[in-house]
Design a binder for this molecule. Structure first.
Ligand code: SAM
Ligand code: GLN
Length: 300
């Protein structure tokens, strides 16, 4: 009888195949694909005697490795990405949340604590994708209501699904529409905080990004126009129409966009600050819309 395939041997083979495809995280990815297949935690890869897997499991594992070999992002294969300690479902057509974006969420939580105390706030997340920003804020800020805007239907479907799984569905409104126009169309007054991680890659640079990004992630989530700044112009320019005087705008930016985005905000905003990511690059800009603070009348 043919010996049953051993789990560890299969992982080694997977690692080798991924190395051949130029994937620098080959060992980790080979392990994570096995964890995904067996629905076991990664800690089990290091303990015990690495059990047999069935020939069928081996065949299915190899199919997953081949998908990754084609440079499909691991997260689209496992359909999940952790963000702010929460699990988000992601599928092709929806941007995979990035760890840098946690800095943006953390800044908004800080702004809330510093300026709104325990007050109720209306927050809008422009270009919500999987809902990573909107749903984390709904989870970590008790007294808030969040409006999550996107043009992508797949994104809104996935964000709604994530909201239900995370138990914040009742605090979030999903709006299909274009940037701040989608908020204006609600005709329900202004917002306290507007947050966005808009597409910000220069159009011409997208094809030179890692194949995981350029071939698999939605262009609509990445392409910020010829200079990468198109969405900042529109969002910053339209803010006075939908953001309360004294309200905050918080934006994720590309590593070299800080001075230009701050330049655009100088006219209408004060208390403008720029925050760096763990790699030391400018990553988040926040500012307060000039004018006196108008406190929200809304209740949860
Ligand atoms: N907020 C998510 C995150 O941080 O993981 C996704 C950010 S992704 C960089 C930008 C998002 O903006 C995409 O989901 C895309 O569909 C959406 N988007 C692109 N153009 C838009 C527009 N004109 N109006 C609203 N959303 C738009
Ligand atoms: N940080 C993403 C990347 O470099 C880009 C996301 C965006 O355009 N907002 O792949």
């Amino acid at each position: 009888m043919k010996p049953k395939p051993r789990m560890l041997k299969a992982i080694k083979q997977g690692q080798h195949m991924l190395e051949q495809a130029g994937i620098t995280t080959a060992r980790l990815d080979a392990q994570l694909l096995m964890c995904h297949l067996l629905q076991r935690p990664r800690s089990e890869m290091y303990i015990g005697d690495h059990p047999d897997i069935t020939p069928d499991q081996y065949r299915r594992y190899m199919a997953l490795v081949r998908e990754r070999q084609e440079r499909k992002p691991l997260q689209y294969i496992t359909q999940t990405q952790e963000f702010m300690g929460l699990n988000f479902r992601v599928v092709p057509g929806v941007l995979i949340p990035r760890p840098e974006t946690e800095i943006l969420v953390e800044r908004v939580i800080e702004i809330y604590k510093e300026y709104y105390g325990q007050g109720f706030v209306r927050i809008a997340d422009i270009g919500t994708g999987s809902g990573a920003i909107a749903l984390s804020l709904a989870k970590y800020i008790d007294r808030c209501r969040v409006w999550a805007v996107d043009v992508s239907r797949i994104a809104l479907d996935i964000a709604r699904y994530n909201a239900d799984v995370l138990g914040v569905g009742s605090k979030v409104e999903f709006i299909s529409g274009h940037l701040l126009d989608a908020l204006k169309a609600q005709d329900i007054g202004k917002w306290d905080i507007i947050v966005s991680n808009p597409p910000y890659i220069e159009s011409d640079l997208i094809d030179s990004l890692a194949p995981e990004v350029s071939r698999y992630e939605p262009r609509q989530a990445l392409d910020g126009g010829s200079d990468g700044l198109e969405f900042y112009r529109r969002i910053i320019g339209d803010c006075p129409d939908v953001l309360k005087g004294g309200g905050y705008l918080a934006l994720e930016i590309g590593y070299n966009q800080g001075p230009r985005v701050i330049g655009m905000m100088n006219k209408d905003f004060e208390d403008i600050r720029c925050f760096k990511d763990l790699a030391g690059h400018d990553r988040v800009v926040t500012g307060r819309l000039k004018n006196s603070v108008q406190w929200s009348e809304d209740r949860c």
